[in-house]
Design a protein around this ligand. Sequence first.
Ligand code: COA
Length: 231
Amino acid sequence: MLADIVPPEVAADEAFGDPPEVVLFPEEEAVVARAVDKRRREFASARACARAGLARLGVPPVPILPGLRGAPQWPPGIVGSMTHCAGYRASAVARAGDMLTLGLDAEPDDSLPEGVLDAVASADERAALEALASAAPAPSWDRLLFSAKESVYKAWFPLTRRWLGFKEAAVTINPADGTFDARLLVEGPVVDGRRLTGFTGRWLASDGLILTAIAVPRSSPSARQNGRPDE
Ligand SMILES: CC(C)(COP(=O)(O)OP(=O)(O)OC[C@H]1O[C@@H](n2cnc3c(N)ncnc32)[C@H](O)[C@@H]1OP(=O)(O)O)[C@@H](O)C(=O)NCCC(=O)NCCS
């Protein structure tokens, strides 16, 4: 699924269960030593995905440890993102020379729990979701908006090392071409000599899952324009 929504320079790996024998590095074991079994399994499986992708980029296996605010610390010269939800684990990695940043999120294709939408979406975003839902009942548009925002945060954080609130980006979902646009409502970082004003990502709903991915190519003149399937 994931490979369908990221550019070919991105090594995408996913698992729909937990491989039985994932070997963690001792440093990784230490991170989840006291975690519940579910957390241990998702942590390990996401790392198995990431190491498979890194291997295709010629990077030998290394520990992938959580750093500042939980952001994964990738080997030098690599950008990446990981996600896990019930029944799904995935990673996307790329050479930093090819991609500026990556953001990846997976969610179950179910409505958000009561009260969450008001916390994560503006009035305009909620009105747009209603219009989408009246045109097509599926996927769960509210969950898709949430996932897109999680992907925005995961792409934003490695560039800025700063928090970004749910209402600090305005997301528009484009149902016709499976993309979404995120307009930053706070000042974005200057990258490759240009101020980043937003992200474009792609989404996919299949097999009870919603996936969103942002991949910003390094050479693009405008980060805002990246990720569209026709570019
Ligand atoms: C960090 C966060 C995005 C994780 O998303 P999630 O749906 O809860 O969980 P996922 O399984 O999809 O992703 C977890 C992975 O995200 C990655 N991650 C965690 N913090 C991160 C950060 N600050 N930056 C980038 N990636 C991060 C990690 O790889 C983590 O997996 P790991 O702990 O096994 O390494 C989420 O918990 C959060 O804090 N969101 C609030 C901020 C936000 O989304 N703002 C919206 C801006 S519009």
